[in-house]
Design a protein around this ligand. Structure first.
Ligand SMILES: Cc1cc2nc3c(=O)[nH]c(=O)nc-3n(C[C@H](O)[C@H](O)[C@H](O)COP(=O)(O)OP(=O)(O)OC[C@H]3O[C@@H](n4cnc5c(N)ncnc54)[C@H](O)[C@@H]3O)c2cc1C
Ligand code: FES
Length: 363
């Protein structure tokens, strides 16, 4: 043990690992959490029940956390929605992770997570949350792993004894892919105000509806959106279709969405033209690595990865700040909003920044 402590204290990330050994749920720079249960929900989904260390502030249902895990000696951080009720009284929280076949962290957790694993846990963030005065009518729509924050909302409402109508429309590829299938069915049976519809997008399915989310599905289960507060989370296509539907219904102000992937604003080049610059053909110089690439319109993170660099990243959608680096010079466009930066030195997030012209980045 002494040798282990000495080695870890002098190695990279030594303090974290040292503290991990001495007191596994405490570290110098963030809260640690210990996995107390790892429940396989489906073949490619695991729910981690976590006991956060001291000082971790319980979040609100619908929020997400940054979760850090060490894989082959390197810390990787990703965002995961809290799946548990905000009223859980045992001090535990849950996240549910679906394996991305090309992913590092999700595949690792689904394959190996077990009780005893210690992870880093950031503070809960995000505004995909219920209003303080609970709505009289709620519509919840989710697809795939997008069910996690929506389930946290539902579990919270159930714990509060919420007795007003809730319609829950969930999409999964096949019946075997439905996360929380048994719990959803049980809640539907025991809570008369809750109307649960699980729709499968491949194969025959088990319910009256099949195929992807569309206006007809919504109209079949919620003929009148009138005044309902709605929450949607899932694949890009589902969220975009929901936004289009609520927009058309004149109810867009009452639809809350949570996205797991980046949606770039279409660029008309106006920002670049205003700054006297062009968007493609720009050269990006990663100064710390002495690598120069020609821009093909992708983000700086994607350009760096395509050039063989391995910058740290977390969410890849501009919310976790893991990829923040210093732009030494040149203008970049925020691909979410189209906003063009100044040309001087400043911190930027690589995952949502695309060069407008020649850019130097400290990477
Ligand atoms: C707010 C929020 C909440 C979320 N909540 C959940 C949740 O509750 N449950 C859940 O399962 N997921 C959730 N996610 C998604 C989750 O954060 C991860 O993105 C997901 O688990 C995949 O992570 P990964 O490490 O397995 O994949 P990564 O290794 O991050 O890979 C993801 C994709 O990034 C690309 N990529 C990665 N590295 C490279 C490279 N070197 N070169 C080129 N391309 C690359 C690939 O296209 C790959 O398919 C959430 C995301 C956000 C933003
Ligand atoms: S990876 Fe999260 S902000 Fe860029």
């Amino acid at each position: 043990m002494f040798t282990q402590l000495l080695e870890l204290a002098t190695a990279p990330h030594g303090v974290d690992r040292f503290l991990e050994l001495v007191r596994p749920t405490w570290a110098a720079d963030d809260t640690r959490a210990r996995v107390v249960a790892a429940t396989r929900e489906t073949p490619d989904v695991v729910t981690l029940t976590l006991r956060p260390g001291r000082g971790w502030a319980r979040g609100r249902a619908g929020q997400h956390v940054r979760l850090g895990v060490e894989i082959d000696g390197r810390r990787h951080t990703r965002c995961f929605s809290l799946a548990s009720s905000e009223h859980r009284t045992d001090g535990l929280v849950e996240v549910t992770v679906k394996a991305n076949p090309d992913g590092i962290v999700s595949r690792h957790l689904v394959a190996t997570a077990a009780p005893g694993l210690v992870v880093a846990l950031g503070a809960p963030e995000g505004d995909f949350t219920l209003p303080a005065t609970r709505p009289d009518r709620l519509v919840l729509v989710s697809g795939g792993s997008g069910i996690t924050p929506v389930m946290a909302l539902l579990r919270t409402l159930v714990d509060e004894g919420h007795d007003r109508p809730i319609t829950f429309l969930h999409y999964a590829r096949t019946p075997a892919d439905v996360i929380y299938a048994d719990e959803l069915a049980a809640l539907g049976r025991t809570h008369p105000q809750l109307d649960v519809h699980v729709v499968t997008t491949r194969g025959a399915g088990t319910g009256a509806l099949t195929g992807r989310f569309c206006a007809a599905h919504l109209e079949a289960v919620v003929p009148d959106l009138g005044g309902a507060e709605a929450y949607a989370c899932g694949p890009v296509g589902l969220v975009d279709a929901a936004l289009a539907h609520w927009e058309q219904a004149g109810a867009i102000d009452r639809l809350h969405v949570e996205r797991y992937s980046l949606v770039a604003a279409p660029s008309d080049g106006a920002g670049e033209r205003a700054s006297g610059e062009g968007s493609t053909g720009a050269r990006t110089h990663f100064a710390g690595s002495d690598v120069t690439v020609t821009s093909v319109g992708t983000t700086l993170l994607e350009q760096a990865e395509a050039a063989g660099l391995t910058p740290a990243f977390g969410c890849r959608v501009g919310i976790c700040r893991t990829c923040t680096r210093t732009k030494v010079s040149g203008r970049v466009r925020d691909v979410r909003s189209g906003t063009v930066s100044g040309s001087g030195e400043e911190p930027i997030q690589l995952c949502v920044s695309a060069p407008c012209h020649d850019v130097v980045v400290d990477l």
